[in-house]
Design a protein around this ligand. Sequence first.
Ligand SMILES: [Zn+2]
Length: 484
Amino acid sequence: MRLSSLYGQAFQSIALPAMLAPTQSKATSLARQMRRQQRWPIARIKEYQLSRLTELMRLAEQESQFYRQRWHQLGLSADRLRCLDDIRQFPITSKEDLESHFPDGIAVQSRRNADWQYVGTRGTTRRVMVIHDFERRDYERAAIMVALTEDSPYRYGTREVSIPPDACSVHCGIESDRAVSVSRQLLALATRRVAWNRESISDLRGLVMDTWICAKTVLPPLPLDGDDSVLRDCVRKLREQRPMQLTALPEYLRALADYVRISDDQPPPIPVIRPMGANFPTSWKTSIESALRGSLREHYGSREMGPMAFDCHQTNGMHLLMSQHLIEIVHDGQPVLEGEVGRVLVTDLHNLAMPIIRYDIGDLARIDTSPCPCGRTTARIFLEGRVDDALVTDSGELLTAEAVSNFFYEQPEIKDFQLTEGRGGKLTLRIVPATKTDFNERAIEERFLSWMGQSRSISVRTTQAIRPEESGKFRHCKAQPWTT
Ligand SMILES: [Zn+2]
């Protein structure tokens, strides 16, 4: 066992609760409870979900204008809820619903207090705002703790390196006059250069979080066009930091792994490699793990919902945090059969300040409820990409971004791709070839169409690199909007 891992364990069990105590946070005890709930008999978890859901829906009906009006128009009432399946009678909540009723039409006024925080989603297409109160944030802190440390050597206090798509986004929203270190902020407060108020205390808390609890080094985005100087710099930083965990966009992890493989430049072994911000193509797993000498671990979450699932050491799907959210998978508004792909609907069981019920989060996934060898009883989710990125075939079948990515990344002559669906279903395929020679555009076109099982107009072009979106993330599959 690494020394840093021992340090992390001691930090998390002794120092962290002591540091959180003055903030009255219950995060560490909530995290312990969440861990236990992962192994409860499934009937007990569902009973817990039902009691949370009942409280949430009663509150929504009484105090959230949006839900009350909508349900009453449809002749529905929260009293209808006798079992979890009864939630299916209630309408789905869209991003537009949240946007157009935010904040007064949807928030619960009786729970309004100074601790309310407005949280903006980091959506690639649109930003939605939600409200979290202190209690909700505490559950989220606990959920993050569970999602990042279950079956993993990573502990709070151990080093992490992060390469987000847009380094600015990490700091956006917390721009203030706060100092760069905990000691400087304390000095500034002591000398009255900074006034003692809510904001400066919250800055101090943020600094403690960033420097001691989640000791994170943020590196600039990596170029994907073969410029080695930034990659060399990144490997040097990894050698200096020796992180326990590396968090980065899947594309950056692959660029780094490719660079490590062809150069003599070796980073230290990185025990936990964690993709962020996008679906991870399964076919990249082995090469990234062997180049960076660690295990690839995934979790699923969003800004508005917090962590919703995490993988165990089996790395076969992600266990849902069922005590935190009620997750449904639907197609055409109806529940799908187990294992079938559909839209993900999320109900946040702990957000009483702004009820979010049956929220269409924009993802496609399938669920497996069969027992996992790890002993956790919770269902596992398999993500299939964004709804906006999925193609619909002529026969109405869904071709998810995950399936399309796996198809292209399994072709040895393709390094990267981007498939764009235009009006009338015309496809444009841009390809970055793995090697300059032996690339047959016609053969790729035929193979793809026969895999897709239909005749479509398609034009194939080769290119040097796929450009990221404005957010810094990559969209390999861009489909025309479809509705169900
Ligand atoms: Zn498991």
